[in-house]
Design a protein around this ligand. Sequence first.
Ligand code: 13P
Length: 253
Amino acid sequence: MRNKIVAGNWKMNNTLEEGVSLASEIVNIVADELKDDVKMILCPPFIHLNSVSKIIGDADKIALGAQNCNDNLKGAFTGEISVDMLKSVGVGYVILGHSERREYFGESNAFLAKKVKTVLEAGLTPIFCCGETLEIREKDEHFSFVTKQLTESLFHLSAADFQKIVIAYEPIWAIGTGVTASKEQAQEMHKNLREHIAGKYGSDVADSISILYGGSCNPKNAKDLFAQKDIDGGLIGGAALKSRDFVDIGKSY
Ligand code: 13P
């Protein structure tokens, strides 16, 4: 059984006060409404993590994630955050390879391979993002582009380590645009990714990996997306900033 996961990537939004109030609302609604077999993950900005961690407390249906980390363990890296710092405030997951980090901060597949290793060695779970631009899709190169992202950043891992990863397919043309991938488009890519993983690690490993969809996912379209055989949940941006919408997405299984 694969894990059902809905993660909220707050990106660079909310003051600490706003973040604390959003997290409190989500924790309260989740406690009352969410099924036991779904996990929600809050990924606020770094400076919110300690406070949000305290709000989550020992709630078992919600976990804490960071949006990034440095690939080194410590030292002279001004402005950066290490995996040990994240662990010290109760973080369990780290988003890696988001398209915004790839685009604005030049993160390459090879560089992400290093971050994945650092995160896994710290005992944290990477949420590894992949996805193509519209231009790549229109050239019909989306499958090869996305599978290459996996190959170059993840396929150095042992099967045991690979199984610890969560993957998020986020087509760049669907992020923040209001244009969601159709359930057929998303399912087709997720199936393709799973087959690619099976080719390297075997079908048992491929079948055990949670693959999330991200890109304009909302309470209206989540049910159709999550009903697809190879879609195990979502990585949510805009809709994760509204407590009601975010939890409703978590209830869309
Ligand atoms: P939106 O849900 O706002 O499209 O963002 C998706 C995303 O980038 C999550 O990481």
